[in-house]
Design a protein around this ligand. Structure first.
Ligand SMILES: [Zn+2]
Length: 340
């Protein structure tokens, strides 16, 4: 299967040109960029088109291959890609300094997984910041592939151990053996210095050593982080459930407000409480979910998201989606042919 290796962003084009471009020379694997019709931001002439033709001169949303990247670093378009990894979680972020972040890796360490196809399809061979929200296989298995096949500079983990997982120790050993790796156990309240102009704040973590096989406790250990860039904010919840939501809602209150919410725990009914959502008040809500027997996402959660006025994206229905902040909020979707 052919997968596009170069995807680029073109900026500041007129509406007419955008329309002509799509009508006349739409590359087969272009992403379609859609403006949210009901977003109440001021109009902007910011447009993004992903296209293969002008990679040398344009800022890129994705970190390219190692050798071509150095000169391009420093001028990337901020983007968050919610990768369709099935029943699991994985978000790939490009920071404005062109450094890359991968939050979780989904449930498969196979080279034929959607995460692997996404990374190879974009010639991504190194990642600056890898985050494992919590040690469940649907989050760390795919990171095994990443550490086996890519180079990673910094790894953010919790100190909670999950003895019921037979592959966790091997994974953490692999991460620790990565040449030159820095391993961090971020604590609640800490801010991470990943890129100028980007605020990354840890709102929850389990940074003290502990051990449990109980799913709910592990979920509530999730590294929760809020990222703010310019006037757009994004909240990544991992699999945090009601207890953690309550804690951070009581502590951070209005500071939780975010334009984008990576919904906790695959849309489970035990996450995304009304109280929590009322503080976050997201415009876009991304649910990473695949075929499962847990009833994810639950109708109750979908209803609460609808009530708060969020537009919901689901990887099981919408596939891989990209979020690009701008004066207006844009989103785009990968075409089916891309294969992930
Ligand atoms: Zn999960």
């Amino acid at each position: 299967m052919f997968i596009p290796s170069k995807i680029k962003v073109r900026l500041s084009l007129s509406v007419l040109f955008v329309q002509l471009f799509f009508l006349s020379s739409l590359p087969v694997f272009s992403l379609e960029i859609k403006e949210l019709p009901d977003f109440d931001g001021k109009f902007s002439n910011y447009f993004s088109i992903f296209d293969n033709s002008q990679k040398e001169t344009l800022p890129v949303p994705y970190y390219e291959s190692d050798n071509s990247s150095q000169t391009q670093r420093g001028a990337c378009e901020f983007s968050v890609t919610f990768i369709n990894v099935g029943q699991g979680d994985s978000e790939f972020i490009v920071l404005p300094n062109c450094k890359t972040v991968l939050i979780d890796g989904g449930p498969s360490s196979s080279a034929s997984s959607n995460l692997a196809k996404f990374l190879t399809g974009h010639n991504i061979s190194s990642i600056d910041y890898v985050v494992l929200t919590h040690p469940h296989t649907d989050h760390f298995k795919g990171l095994q592939y990443v550490f086996d096949n890519l180079s990673v500079s910094n790894f953010y983990d919790t100190k909670v151990n999950n003895p019921s997982s037979s592959t966790l120790k091997k994974f953490r050993d692999t991460a620790a053996a990565e040449p030159g790796i820095n391993i961090f156990y971020p604590v609640e309240g800490q801010e991470l210095d990943w890129a100028e102009g980007v605020k990354v704040k840890i709102l929850n973590s389990c940074s003290q050593e502990s051990q449990t096989s109980q799913g709910e406790i592990l979920n509530n250990c999730s590294i929760v982080m809020k990222m703010t860039y310019q006037n757009v904010s994004m909240l990544f919840m991992g699999d945090a459930q009601g207890e953690t939501e309550n804690l951070i809602a009581d502590k951070y209150r209005d500071e939780l407000r975010s334009d984008v919410l990576k919904v906790g725990h695959h849309g489970s009914s035990t996450s995304s409480s009304e109280k929590f959502l009322s503080y976050v008040s997201p415009k876009l809500a991304y649910i990473s979910v695949g075929k499962n027997s847990y009833g994810h996402p639950s109708d109750a959660t979908l209803g609460r998201l609808e009530n708060i006025g969020a537009r919901v994206f689901r990887t099981d229905r919408d596939g891989t989606s990209v979020f690009i902040p701008g004066d207006k909020i844009f989103y785009c979707e990968y075409p089916q042919q891309a294969g992930f």
